[in-house]
Design a protein around this ligand. Structure first.
Ligand code: HEM
Length: 456
């Protein structure tokens, strides 16, 4: 599952595995480490829904136990165990994840949508007079993170700096470590503030939750949420916009009302899920899946994108899936994405605002010239250049910032947030361990950056 074939056409590779081996295929990961690629829809569901047989705890991996994975293996950032809900099972998982889901559930959905509208309008204002834009770099890459900083109750002035730092660390440039240190510092200050004076926001709810998370656990889970929410939602927005811009029938159905935006989103979640592969689950005991024998401690890679086009569930992939949410884009079972509603709300509302403000958007290069970056876990559009009839920015609203939740009566002044300067001494000093990410120009796969950063 590495090398030229996967990098050039990961989907083609998954389909070849399905043809040659059926729904559970033996594959080799970098370093020639064996794993199972699960491409069957029902087999993926069986794995994610049976945690007693398939654990999320990577310390069970037989390849780790046999010393097959070198400490500098590119698999380490993604698969090395960390004290996060992602790697926990049973009671530990329930405790950590329970706090996250209860926190996210407290948001008023309409309030979240108001935030999205506000930020989508601001982003469109930034380029609407120019008549051209890159919808990845100027829209979809910013929107999810701007909304998340508001759900974290951060002051407006902290938002753009945090967004810049998060984008920088996700890009894996030479300042990524300094940016990561900045993010941790900002989140630590935020958590310390909310420990003293709770408000109506996600950090406070995590701190006050019955699970009694430590401050460190709250900081780490806030960072997990930011990263997990960002790349996936950016991808979803980009994938929907690409279909809108390249498929005239799709756009006509949307404009004519035959297709609603939520249905369009689900279609894209079926055909082009933001996370194509989840790595993974580990067999608790020897077992049998599909037609193959799995050994204790074997790693299973869940190919969600391939599962979504499994011919046993979609014999005709062109047939409509409107109203059908049985796709695997958010996985399933106890680890199923807890942010699915928030991700959908950001993507749907953001796209709605964009298309309403710039109704004649069109791609400014032929579809075949769109550039992609891809890895074994996901593929991304690198840019989405468009042109449109220039329009005026929206007049500034007179009303105060809308809230996604009832405001707390006591709005104690928060600790000022540090200024973001990735080159500044405290964050770029040797206080932070050596980067596992690439140099200034090399773009490192997001999943690797994510896990390496979460590990710190
Ligand atoms: C459209 C956007 C999104 C997609 C497609 C997506 C997809 C996923 C997938 C496939 C997983 C892995 C589940 C597994 O291990 O089986 C996951 C986990 C997770 N996601 Fe999302 N996600 C999205 C948005 C979000 C958002 C907006 C948030 C937070 C607000 C979020 C928070 C998380 C967390 C905390 C986990 C770990 C859950 C656990 O291990 O219990 N995600 N997501």
């Amino acid at each position: 599952m590495y090398g030229a074939e996967v990098e050039a056409d990961a989907r083609g590779f998954y389909e070849r595995m399905r043809r040659e081996h059926g729904p559970v295929a033996p594959v080799l990961l970098p370093g020639d480490i064996p794993a199972w690629l699960v491409t069957g829809h029902s087999e993926i569901l069986e794995v994610v829904r049976t945690p007693s047989k398939y654990s999320r705890d990577s310390r069970r991996w037989n390849a780790f136990q046999q010393g097959l994975v070198a400490p500098d293996s590119p698999l380490m950032p993604m698969l090395a165990w960390q004290p996060l809900c992602v790697f926990a099972d049973g009671g530990d998982h329930q405790r950590l994840r329970g706090a996250v889901t209860r926190g996210l559930d407290r948001f008023d959905r309409r309030g979240v949508r108001r935030y999205v509208t506000r930020y989508a309008d601001q982003l469109v204002d930034g380029f609407c007079q120019k008549g051209e834009a890159d919808l990845i770099g100027q829209f979809s890459e910013h929107l999810p993170m701007l909304v998340m900083t508001q759900l974290f109750g951060m002051p407006d002035e902290a938002g753009p700096q945090l967004v810049n730092a998060l984008r920088d660390l996700m890009k894996g440039t030479e300042t990524a470590l300094a940016s990561n240190a900045y993010v941790v510092e900002v989140l630590s200050k935020l958590v310390a503030d909310r420990r003293r004076t709770p408000r109506q926001d996600l950090p406070s709810w995590l701190l006050l939750d019955e699970a009694e998370l430590t401050d460190e656990e709250v900081v780490e889970h806030l960072r997990l949420i930011l990263v997990a929410a960002n790349e996936t939602t950016v991808n979803l927005i980009a994938n929907v916009l690409r279909v809108v811009l390249t498929d005239p029938a799709f756009r006509r159905s949307l404009a004519g009302g035959q297709l609603q935006l939520p249905d369009a989103l689900e279609m894209v979640l079926w055909d082009d899920p933001p996370l194509a592969v989840v790595p993974g689950r580990w067999a608790v005991n020897p077992t049998r899946l599909g037609e193959v024998d799995i050994h204790e401690g074997d790693l299973l890679m869940l190919a969600l994108g391939a599962g979504n086009v499994d011919p046993r569930v979609r014999p005709d992939v062109t047939a409509s899936v409107a109203g059908n949410r049985a796709h695997l884009a958010f996985s399933g079972g106890p680890h199923e994405c807890p942010g699915a509603d928030v991700g959908r709300a950001i993507a749907e509302t953001g796209i709605d605002v964009l298309l309403a403000r710039l109704p004649d958007l069109q791609l400014s290069v032929p579809e075949g010239e769109l550039r992609w970056t891809s890895s074994w876990l996901a593929r991304h559009l690198a840019e989405l250049p468009v042109d449109f009839t220039p329009v005026l920015p929206k007049p500034a609203p007179a009303a105060a910032t809308p809230s996604a939740y009832p405001q707390s009566p006591q709005q104690a002044p928060a600790t000022p947030y540090p200024a973001y300067d990735p080159a500044s001494a405290p964050f770029s000093s040797g206080a932070v361990s050596a980067p596992a990410v690439g140099g200034p120009t090399r773009r490192v796969p997001w999943w690797r950056r994510l896990l390496s950063l979460l590990q710190r």
